[in-house]
Design a protein around this ligand. Sequence first.
Ligand code: NAD
Length: 473
Amino acid sequence: MDTALQERLHLALLAQRRAFEAERMPSYEVRRDRLLRLLAMTRQYGDELAAAMAQDFGHRARQESLLADLFTVEAGARHAMKHLRRWMKPRRVATPLHFLPGRNVLMRQPLGVVGIVSPWNYPYYLAMEPAIAALAAGNRVLIKPSELTPATSELMARIVAEHFRAEEMQVITGGADVGKAFTELPFDHLFFTGSTAVGRHVAQAAARNLTPVTLELGGKSPAIVDRSCDMDLTASRLAFGKLFNAGQTCVAPDYLLVPRELVEPLSQRLMAEMGRLYPHIAGNADYTAIATPRHLARLQALVDDAARRGARVLRTHDEQPDPAQDRRLVPALLLDVPPDATVMQEEIFGPLLPVVAYDQVDEALAHVNAGDRPLALYWFGSDTSVRDHVMQQTHAGGVTVNDCLWHLGQEEQPFGGVGASGMGAYHGEWGFRTFSKEKPVFLQSRLAGTALLRPPYGATFERLLALLRRISG
Ligand code: NAD
């Protein structure tokens, strides 16, 4: 273990902890000022951030960076500022009759120093969206972004240092070794976004310090197509949801479950729709590249493995960009994929879409329920009784009905996984609560009936307990 690295990390944590201890309950004005600076930073450096993401990915559609990394952060910061005063207020909580005239209050208190570890696929959003919640809740923040987006991570370190004091918020760059040392720090809360495999290590590291942890992980998110769907609408929305950021989205539909007789017609529509969104692949400014050569090779190996095992591969375009020059990957539908193909075992995270046939909806549900609980689930159709059955009989981190991805943009709803796709949640007030201790405070009154429950025990105690049994609940 690199002791210089450990020392550097410990000093960064210590500086933030000292600063927190000097200001345990930052005022509304202080918190608002931090959010305003985050907003100003995002606006000031939006173009540079989009350029850095394009450099890191080989190519990142500028509009995708503007929408999914920059607008989302602006919207999150504005939402937090709008509601901050209300979120900070102590809550009045009902007090049972027998505790009156005492009073219950629930106060929301910052936890202290929060560690955020973020992945490469939406490098600015996934670092800053949890930071917004942590700052709003009055915490200090250390961020460890991904090493796979070095230009964006370095730029984030520079602009955060420009807009924030190191003891308010700081970005620490580095690879898995830094990530490992970082997650071993005794934070007051650790917030990790990334793969399920690394999430396991992070949970173990956090457990050693009893650091509470939020895990925003991945997995195979299914899209279930019902017989009652509008096929054109379904195809157009699925094509967009799958190919946005070239499928490198934690909530992208991973694979489709489709009534057997709709497999062919829906596949044809999907091919047409993908071709319409991206008329060509090589050099297409609207189409994002696969982030690294390693990820591109992994996706190509998934196709080869499926084809070897007898799957039908429908490529949307005839062209084949030269991977040394252009890492854009031609989208492909995979039909008749055997269940043991790797593409049906691991999260795809790219523009490949297996289409799995089912006859009865319960077969589709059994397929979903046989695997890990997914981060997202999509359902397309108009038969609300089937929809309700699917909602009740499956677990998922979140759902969009008749579209993909958009539940992620709902600031009033919690965002987070379940089971292997994660634990805990954030966005809007849910994030504020994640980074707060909700501390129950019972304000006892001078006159308190509880005094009658003290020894020496006798008839009064018995009568009072009998009364309590009658009136409580
Ligand atoms: P990853 O798990 O490889 O890396 C994430 C971060 O963890 C990086 O900063 C990395 O440096 C760090 N890290 C690596 N090894 C570590 C260790 N041993 N200890 C501590 N930190 C370590 O994930 P990735 O490839 O960057 O991202 C892709 C994954 O993230 C996918 O599975 C995707 O579904 C998931 N994801 C989830 C969400 C969500 O909101 N739930 C969002 C985006 C991505």
